[in-house]
Write a protein that binds this ligand. Structure first.
Ligand SMILES: [Ca+2]
Ligand SMILES: [Ca+2]
Ligand SMILES: [Ca+2]
Length: 442
């Protein structure tokens, strides 16, 4: 008897491993066989080619074809065709048991043979999942996707722009629904629509109105300083609206002495109306004068409307200073090389808003009747920089300092002014301040 010299422990391990290995092999074999069975079952189910639905089961419900197109309009528009199919057959088609109808379209010039086509393309019910951009035919009039929204709803779509046309013309579009390409006796379902391609027309500006003057149709010819908040509404339309064109931009230019001094954009509020909310600050930084208000509008091709002009007298008045707070007496410190700090505050208003105030400043007449002015240093601020406590609240603040070496004691006259960005200077406020030596008494 042949004996293998294994110790009993090793032998045990080996036999255990063998049992484990054979178990694994059996399990694997079983899994493999099950997979084979499943696979062959699937194959059995898939094996027959999908059948063609009967022509009587499929109808065209409707086709949506934009009728008017603007020549050389690059923006894509949807063409779609929806089919009516009984639910059971829809299910069969979606499960691949029955063949999916194929939808295509042809564009041609009327009076020509339908075979003499201008363009041919397919419509898809793919939820826009197919990439159509890799088009060797270089059809720039076809979108990169079908534009289809929901796959499997039997609404077939395609996106086109007007680049299929070589000029303004009328085109016939015929949709074809192929149900059974293998049987010549079964003709495709068809539907025919018409497309008109026209040249682009410029937008038209119809009116500009202020809601404060709703009893007149004309824009007001004067805008007084401090004008009430109002809405200016312009009616602007593009004759090519149905052709896919839209108004892109509506602007108002303010022109003074042939120079455009302000340009504002209106917002689209729909239905051909555009609006601008205006308040008294509209005139900020613009001097009182006779302005030309010029309306402009552009369509998406950058074609501009004939501008419409209004002559408007617009007013901007000077700021007003109120409620000055300043010391009546300032003292020069006794202690050498020291300073005393004082604060001044004044409320400043401008009908065109705080934004119109350019500067608040003061001039000083010293006891010897000499005037001093300095628009970089003798100024107030409303920017929150000390001694100003709050920016933009209309309370303007300034600091003044006396130094121990000041000797020009006596009466100082302060004159305070505000000037706006239109160059209007306020009436001054005057204030007398006495400068004296700090007393010794502590
Ligand atoms: Ca247009
Ligand atoms: Ca002003
Ligand atoms: Ca302030």
């Amino acid at each position: 008897m042949c004996s293998i010299n294994l110790d009993s422990k090793k032998q045990k391990n080996l036999s255990e491993r063998f049992v484990l290995l054979s178990k694994n092999v059996i399990v694997l074999l079983c899994v493999f066989m099950i997979l084979m069975i499943i696979n062959s079952c699937e194959k059995l189910g898939n094996d027959p080619e999908p059948t063609n639905p009967s022509p009587q089961d499929i109808e065209i419900e409707s086709a949506l074809t934009p009728e008017f197109w603007v020549f050389e309009n690059a923006s894509f528009r949807l063409l779609s065709l929806s089919l009516v199919i009984p639910d059971g057959i829809q299910e069969d088609i979606l499960q691949g048991i029955q063949q999916r109808p194929v939808v295509s379209a042809k564009l041609y010039l009327p009076g020509h043979e339908p075979s003499d086509i201008v363009a041919a393309f397919d419509l898809y019910d793919d939820g826009s999942s197919y990439d159509l951009s890799d088009d060797s035919l270089n059809r720039e009039f076809i979108g990169a996707t079908s534009g289809d929204l929901i796959p499997g709803d039997f609404i077939y779509t395609s996106q086109l722009n007007s680049f299929f046309a070589s000029g303004s013309d009328t085109f016939v579009v015929t949709y074809n629904v192929e149900i059974d390409s293998t049987n010549e006796d079964i003709l495709p379902l068809t539907q025919t629509d018409t497309i008109f391609v026209t040249m682009n027309s410029p937008p038209v500006i119809y009116s500009l109105e202020s809601d404060l003057y709703s009893d007149t149709t004309d824009f007001p010819d004067s805008l007084n300083s401090g004008l009430e908040p109002q809405i200016w509404k312009a009616e602007v339309r593009d004759p090519d609206f149905s052709g896919g064109d839209i108004i892109q931009k509506v602007e108002l230019y303010l022109i003074l002495e042939n120079i455009i001094v302000k340009q504002v954009q209106f917002s689209d509020i729909g239905n051909g109306f555009w609006q601008l909310e205006v308040d008294a600050s509209f005139a900020a930084s613009h001097p009182t004068g006779s302005y030309q208000f010029e309306m402009h509008a552009w369509d998406r091709f950058g074609i501009s409307a004939d501008s419409v002009s209004y002559n408007v007298w617009m007013e901007n008045t000077a700021p007003e200073l109120m409620n000055l707070s300043a010391p009546d007496t300032v003292e020069v410190p006794l202690e050498p090389e020291s300073v005393n700090n004082y604060k001044m505050f004044v409320d400043v208003d401008d009908l065109q808003g705080q934004g119109d105030i350019e500067i608040v400043y003061y001039e000083i007449r010293d006891p010897t009747m000499v005037w001093y002015s300095d628009e970089t240093n003798y100024i107030f601020n409303d920017t929150g920089i000390a001694p100003d406590s709050l920016a933009g609240d209309g309370t303007w603040s300034a600091g003044i300092t006396t130094r121990s070496d000041n000797t020009n004691f006596g009466e100082y006259l302060f004159k305070y002014f505000g000037r706006d960005r239109a160059g209007n200077t306020s009436e001054p406020i005057e204030h007398i301040m006495i400068m004296e030596q700090e007393s010794n008494e502590q």
